[in-house]
Design a protein around this ligand. Structure first.
Ligand SMILES: O=P(O)(O)OC[C@H]1O[C@H](OP(=O)(O)OP(=O)(O)O)[C@H](O)[C@@H]1O
Ligand SMILES: NC(=O)CC[C@H](N)C(=O)O
Ligand code: SF4
Ligand SMILES: [Mg+2]
Length: 495
């Protein structure tokens, strides 16, 4: 598919995709360091969270420069650009769009001038569920302010509303944020700065991750601990749900804008986060291996070989093989140059597309009864094509095992799952889905098994895409659609 700027993208059809990811944010405050380069490395480490656009704002205490463009971090930035971005503090973002089109104007960090002349740059991971109310608030507070959605300004994402709202208040950045953050609903891990202060804030549910790290000469905040590792920092702690931290020449301060009601996204454990990241004290790789073991207990198979669907299916396949005693092997080779999601508009291209990303090792597959382990089934495209490919490669039997429960409901908190109609699971039982993907058997890990592997209390996790219990009110526009569903009714969890 051609993009607006005429370049090619790996997403041949943006309307037709799997879970994709959730945006990566990073902020660095480090006088004396080459901050733009550190931020670049951090963004590179967070590339898996968003591949549509990348951007960075850098300030030297007097001036702020923002550079962003469509594409991968490595396509957007080069040495000369990074050398021109001078300063001791920066905010970086890799975007996967959830509200507002995937266009340059919506690339982040968003930028606006503040009263008093400072710039304000803000980067967001998550998705806001009360954009209508925020538009109304901006209009009420500053009738002359152009409201991003309402006035059809170039940018139309939820994040721009936060930036616009902040510029309607006077005071220090911390004072402004303390007034604005309580108005936001939904998922938001924010990193933002003016020319003096770097701030980071996390929604009261802490739906998306956000962590704090120490650098030899400063601080780093990032979506995942892996980014802290990669910029040479030391993990300090998670930013708490409902907390804001501010970092400037006077050091680090923390404050709370709301009481914590933790509901971390369980899908971060399934697919979104890097395996080398730590959430709630657990390494994601280890949690995924554990889920694979539970999957083997819940859905054993009589087979000769366990193979992963790389990359995200690999740890669970290791766990499955370990627990079942069935040998583990690489049966599929993944092309490292194809991004997380590769989407194809027509059946012919779909068949080619899956092969471009994953190609079976015939010698390994032929004549064997295969257990193939993946992390999730969203629309079923990957598994349908994979099962056929494995059979063509001579598999005697294909048993599909999935290290998450069936995805039944859309996400409104920063993952653009297909609409409910496009998901394969609603209205079908596991037997139906097995038939639809053409496997000999299919087993999904139970929600209880998945939650157990995280070691987090089920009440402290969002599980809405699996059980329809939404911890934060969904957008008004979505309520009718969900209520009309002929399957189970989504429960709005009591606040
Ligand atoms: O049922 P579907 O709609 O096909 O979507 C599910 C697939 O999408 C994801 O992989 P993806 O290709 O996005 O990334 P990965 O390479 O990181 O596993 C996920 O790991 C499943 O394999
Ligand atoms: N996936 C995300 O975290 C997206 C952030 C924001 N909602 C946007 O669309 O730009
Ligand atoms: S609905 Fe699913 S993907 Fe979205 S935040 Fe909740 S658990 Fe995560
Ligand atoms: Mg996959």
């Amino acid at each position: 598919m051609a993009r607006a700027d005429g370049r090619l993208t790996a997403d041949l059809n943006p309307q037709d995709h799997g879970p994709q990811d959730a945006c990566g944010v990073i902020g660095i405050y480090a006088p004396g360091e080459e901050v733009s380069k550190l931020t670049y490395f951090g963004m590179y480490a967070l590339q898996h969270r968003g591949q549509e656009s990348a951007g960075m704002a850098v300030s030297d205490g007097r001036h702020m420069m923002v550079f962003k463009d469509m594409g991968l971090v490595s396509q957007v930035f080069d040495e000369a650009t990074l050398n021109s971005l001078q300063g001791h503090m920066a905010v970086g973002h890799t975007r996967y769009s959830t509200t507002g089109a995937s266009i340059w104007d919506n690339a982040q960090p968003t930028f606006r001038s503040r009263q008093g002349g400072d710039g304000l740059a803000l980067a967001h991971n998550g998705n806001l569920t009360n954009t209508g109310a925020l538009e109304a608030l901006i209009a009420e507070r500053a009738p002359d302010t152009e409201v991003p959605h309402k006035d059809r300004m170039d940018s139309s994402n939820d994040t721009s509303l936060v930036t616009a709202l902040m510029t309607t208040y006077d005071g220090t950045l911390e004072e402004v944020a303390a007034q604005v953050l309580p108005h936001l609903q939904g998922a938001f891990s924010l990193v933002f700065m003016d020319d003096h202060t770097l701030c980071a804030a996390r929604d009261p549910q802490g739906i998306r991750p956000l962590v704090l790290g120490r650098l030899s000469s400063g601080w780093v905040v990032a979506s995942e601990t892996a980014a802290i590792d990669i910029v040479g920092g030391t993990f300090v702690r998670e930013i708490e749900p409902g907390e804001m931290v501010a970092i400037d020449a006077a050091g680090l301060r923390t404050s709370r804008f709301a009481a914590a009601r933790p509901k971390g996204c369980v899908f971060e454990y399934v697919y979104l986060a890097r395996p080398d990241t730590v959430i709630a004290g657990r390494r994601i790789h280890n949690v995924r291996v554990k889920v694979g073991k539970i999957l083997a207990q819940e859905h054993p198979a009589d087979a000769d070989l366990v193979i992963p669907v790389p990359e995200s299916g690999t740890p669970a396949a290791i766990g499955y093989a370990d627990e079942s005693g069935i040998p583990y092997g690489m049966g599929l080779v993944k092309n490292s140059y194809v991004g997380r999601t590769f989407i194809q508009p027509s059946q012919t291209l779909r068949n080619l597309g899956i092969r471009l990303k994953l190609n079976p090792l015939r010698d390994v597959i032929e004549g064997r009864r295969i257990v193939v382990v993946d992390d999730s089934i969203v629309r079923g495209n990957t598994q349908r094509q994979l099962v056929r490919m494995l059979r063509e490669a001579g598999a005697a039997e294909v048993h599909v095992r999935i290290s998450s429960p069936p995805v039944q409901w859309p996400c409104f908190y920063g993952i653009d799952f297909a609409t409910r109609a496009q998901l394969i699971a609603p209205g079908l039982d596991v037997e139906d889905i097995c038939r639809s993907i053409g496997a000999d058997s299919l087993g999904y890990v139970s929600l209880d098994g998945l939650v157990r592997a995280t070691h987090v209390d089920a009440d402290n996790l969002c599980r809405a895409c699996f059980d329809g219990v939404y911890p934060v009110p969904v957008p008004v526009s979505a309520r009718a659609v969900l209520a009309d569903a002929t399957h189970t009714n989504p429960n709005q969890e009591q606040q």
